[in-house]
Design a protein. Structure first.
Length: 616
């Protein structure tokens, strides 16, 4: 049986991520980038590598992020005593504030501290590079271990002697009150000898320095003081942890192939930068804590797109964290998958889809950050104008939609609305676009889109705005209409849509993206999925805007209640068991939390404590 997704916590360093479970086992780690082949992948197969530091025998575990950080402290209580384990990715010594995440040393730090009595830990290190395909040579050194063979190398320092055979490195350590034992692991590419890991006696100080680095970042960017402050700040740290600092890219999640339903085929690689996710992440960071990421993201998007938003090409919906365009999807048949959920995929075929909503999301981000960006450089002016021109030219086309359906392209309502957003924000940005602005043409096409959505997006039979033109299916993406300012939530038809979604597109009160009704669904895939966390937060936001803050709060609190003990949310929730499903932690889910908290605050009449309404 695979470890439940909710049992994991995320470690991050601005370049890569690892997942550690409540037993102290690191079962997923990709270095030096989020999308690098995993060094530990027990998350997806029991034989694909891990690094565990776990008490022997029976124990109880409680854990937390140290306040203001992504440093995890797990406290183990046994019959003989108590001890804690602290885990973190290191940052360069002395790094503070907005520099957090620059030039990470690709080093994992772990420390055991005795609290009372005596606790015995088993330490087991099983490196398996390339998603478990490689079994490197393990060679003990005077102070630890290093690997040889395969596409990369690691070196380990240990406070206690290690034992090794062909497959495992092991040791056992007994800790009493006041004792500390440090461990460190550093990664290097195959062609470079790994640097010396942090000495065991210095691990405690390096962890303390990393704690201060995270806290200084939060203190420098803390602009939210509303009633959901702790939740918003944690979600902001999670989003910061999902940012690839060298380029400004923001990944959707640090994992691949965690399924939308156990045993199903809806298993995708989310370790890439979607325009949609990243744009909404920026808006959430603007509300929650850190506006300064805007310039990095805009630079990443303009350089990644390479000006490819013009007449002869489409804007790609996603890129690798280094700006890569080709994200060809392939299968890893040697991995069993989480709870035998095959196939395990790396890469994502959605990179080649046409999704017209991305023009609106990107221009909305540019508009939201217009003051932060200052005078737009000529290439950004040209790029933004090209986005608007393409939205004006292509909005009448069918597409795959924002849910990346793999069936027949349709005239998705959300894509039309976001093309309207693209042109609306372009008109507002026009004074900053110099000679590239085509204000009258954009405004005229924007009005055409609005009329088409009002006429063809409404279903009299359903009494709601629906998934696609001239259809009757409900889709939670219709909730974006008030959130982006297309219609106020109090508009008669819009309010009817909100109520229809709340009534007919929920399972035990949580929101589905759309209904799946047969063996091969409208999205071109078999099987089912859980309720979508982001969509539930959208409904909470829409209810708040519609003048129903009490209902919004009830839904908000219900969704937040499904977060794990560290406050992390996955992509979906199984409405029957309450189990978290899908890739984890999910940027979209934490984006939804922050924005819903902001909407509820505004509905309660709280004074502005975050960014302005992007529709203005």
């Amino acid at each position: 049986m695979s470890t439940p997704i909710a049992d994991y916590g995320m470690l991050a360093d601005g370049s890569s991520a690892a997942l550690v479970d409540r037993r102290g086992s690191i079962d997923w780690m990709c270095v030096p980038r989020f999308d690098s082949p995993a060094l530990f992948a027990r998350l997806l197969d029991p034989d694909a590598g891990h690094w565990s530091i776990t008490p022997t025998g029976r124990f109880e575990a409680t854990r937390r992020y140290l306040p203001g950080t992504l440093v995890i402290e797990t406290t183990f209580t046994t019959a003989s005593g108590a001890a804690c384990l602290r885990d973190t990715f290191a940052v360069p010594e002395g790094q503070r504030g907005h520099d957090l995440g620059m030039r990470p040393p690709h080093e994992l730090l772990r420390e055991i501290e005795g609290l009372s009595g005596e606790v015995v830990f088993d330490v087991e290190l099983v490196p398996r590079p390339e998603y478990g395909l490689v079994r490197p040579l393990l060679r003990l050194t005077d102070h630890g271990m290093r690997t040889y063979g395969g596409p990369n190398q690691i070196a380990v320092r240990s406070a206690v002697p290690l034992e090794a055979d062909e497959a495992f490195v092991r040791t056992r350590v007994s800790v009493t009150a006041g004792q500390r034992f440090g461990f460190s692991l550093v990664w290097a590419p195959a062609e470079v000898a790994p640097p010396d890991p942090t000495a065991p006696e210095r691990v405690s100080g390096r962890i303390a320095d990393t704690v201060e680095a995270w806290r200084s970042w939060e203190a420098e960017h803390d602009i939210y003081h509303g009633p959901h402050r702790d939740l918003v700040l944690l979600s902001s740290r999670v989003l910061k942890g999902l940012t690839y600092r060298p380029t400004g890219a923001i990944v959707a999640a640090p994992t691949t192939s965690l399924p939308e339903t156990a045993g199903g085929e809806r298993n995708w690689d989310y370790r890439f930068a979607w325009i949609r996710d990243a744009s909404l992440t920026l808006e959430a960071l603007y509300h929650g804590t850190c506006p300064e990421e805007a310039a990095d993201f805009v630079s990443f998007m303009t350089s990644s797109a390479g000006g490819s938003a013009g007449a002869d090409s489409s804007l790609q919906i996603m890129y690798g964290v280094g700006g890569e365009h080709d994200l060809t999807e392939r299968l890893l048949p040697h991995l069993r998958g989480w709870r035998d959920s095959r196939p395990v995929r790396i890469g994502n075929a959605a990179w080649a889809q046409t999704q017209l909503d991305v023009y609106g999301e990107l221009l909305n981000a540019l508009h939201l950050y217009r003051e932060r960006l200052g005078d737009l450089h000529p290439e950004i002016q040209r790029f933004a104008a090209g986005l608007a021109d393409t939205a004006a030219r292509r909005w009448r086309e069918p597409d795959a939609g924002m849910w990346e359906m793999r069936g027949t392209p349709r005239h998705h309502l959300s894509s039309k609305v976001l093309c309207w957003v693209a042109l609306d924000r372009a008109v507002k940005l026009a004074p900053r676009l110099g000679s590239h602005a085509r204000t009258e043409a954009w405004a005229a096409e924007r009005d055409c889109i609005r009329q088409a959505v009002i006429e063809r997006g409404w279903s009299e039979r359903r009494g709601a705005y629906t998934q696609a033109f001239d259809s009757d299916e409900l889709d939670a993406a219709a909730l974006l209409m008030p959130l982006y300012g297309f219609l106020p939530a109090t508009d008669e038809r819009m309010y009817a849509t909100i109520e229809a979604i709340a009534r007919e597109l929920t399972d035990d009160g949580l929101v589905l993206r759309y209904r799946l009704t047969d063996d091969r669904n409208v999205d071109g895939l078999a099987g089912s999925e859980g309720t979508f966390v982001l969509c539930s937060f959208w409904l909470a936001s829409a209810l708040a805007q519609a003048g129903c803050p009490d209902r919004a709060k009830v839904l908000f609190d219900r969704v937040v209640g499904f977060a794990n003990d560290l406050g992390l949310l996955a992509e979906e929730i199984d409405p029957r068991s309450g189990e978290l499903l899908g890739n984890f932690p999910q940027a979209f889910s934490h984006v939804g939390l922050i924005n819903a908290a902001a909407a509820i605050d505004q509905a309660d009449g709280a004074p502005p404590r975050y960014g302005a309404d992007p529709s203005r």
